[in-house]
Ligand binder design. Structure first.
Ligand SMILES: Nc1ncnc2c1ncn2[C@@H]1O[C@H](COP(=O)(O)OP(=O)(O)O)[C@@H](O)[C@H]1O
Ligand SMILES: [Mg+2]
Length: 269
């Protein structure tokens, strides 16, 4: 495997019975490929819940470990034709390995993303199917759920905007920035903690219009979700709060930045 970014020694790459696996041994120990076997996980009673994004995500619980497993599936028209299969070009271009590596890189750079645990692809002829496991972010809900449940504080919207700016300033383009890929939790002192998830097809880019396109996509997603709900669940003032946070994020970047901890690595678009 030719990694785009440096990988720590805790990252293992292994051939398994029916595929190839990448995992973080410091989180997963000596992980076996059966962790991707949904039927077996069910049988062992390790699936505690599931959530829907574009596809389904399964919440795994093993002792104190709580992970989220996703199987890559096609959306739209292609779903009926090729379901969960993608054309194989090279290992580094597989969806699970690309997403794993980007998420690993962002996590190490100190950005609010879930820690990646493992990824796998299974090749058959010139196609493959794939899966990824990340650490479950505890006590969170998606921005979509939050909006469905009721109005959010202005501070929460500002925090979302700030978080997005953090990623954009570092050149992180999210290929599907919607309200189901933003998770909210509580941070110390009543403020809202915000994470981004689902970096499938995302990547690092030089500054450009893509950052505006990301915001437009999120705005559409919020409109779609709030359609038919009482207007206070998502208002113009909320969106402006988000944009204010986004702008403030920029202002903050011009202030002297604290010395980064030795654990973090710089991002280079
Ligand atoms: N690390 C995580 N922690 C908590 N919830 C998660 C995590 N990853 C995914 N989820 C939940 O699963 C849903 C689907 O996951 P996602 O990564 O967005 O996959 P996709 O949209 O491709 O199906 C999310 O909207 C969220 O509700
Ligand atoms: Mg998603």
């Amino acid at each position: 495997m030719s990694a785009k970014w440096p990988l720590g020694s805790e990252v293992k790459h292994r051939q398994v019975a029916d595929g190839t696996m990448l995992y973080d041994a410091s989180r997963a120990g000596n992980l076996q490929a059966d962790i991707f076997d949904l039927a077996q996980l069910r049988q062992r009673g390790l699936i505690e819940a599931e959530a829907r994004g574009r596809g389904t995500a399964w919440f795994i619980r093993m002792d104190s470990r709580r992970w989220v497993l996703r199987h890559y599936r096609r959306g739209g028209l292609m779903a009926r034709i090729s379901g969960d299969r993608y054309r194989f070009r090279s290992e580094d271009e597989t969806r699970p390995f690309t997403e794993w590596q980007l998420t690993y890189h962002l996590y190490r750079a100190g950005l609010p993303v879930p820690a990646p645990v493992a990824a796998r692809y299974v090749r058959r002829g010139d196609t493959y199917s794939g899966d990824i496991i990340t650490e479950r972010l505890p006590d969170t809900r998606t921005l979509a759920q939050a909006v469905q449940e009721g109005p959010q504080s202005l501070l929460a919207w500002i925090s979302v905007g700030r978080c997005l700016r953090l990623f954009h300033d570092r050149g992180v383009c999210h290929a599907d920035l919607n309200a189901r890929n933003i998770l909210l939790g509580t941070a110390p002192g009543l403020s809202t903690a915000v994470w981004l998830i689902d970096f499938d097809r995302g990547g690092l880019r030089k500054p450009g219009w893509w950052s505006d396109a990301n915001l437009v996509r999120l705005r559409r997603s919020l409109e779609k979700i709030s359609w038919g709900l009482p207007p206070e669940h998502f208002s113009e003032a909320d969106w402006h709060g988000l944009l204010d946070g986004y702008q403030q994020g920029h202002a903050q970047r011009t202030l002297p930045r604290p010395v980064t901890s030795p654990q973090t690595t710089p991002l280079e678009p």
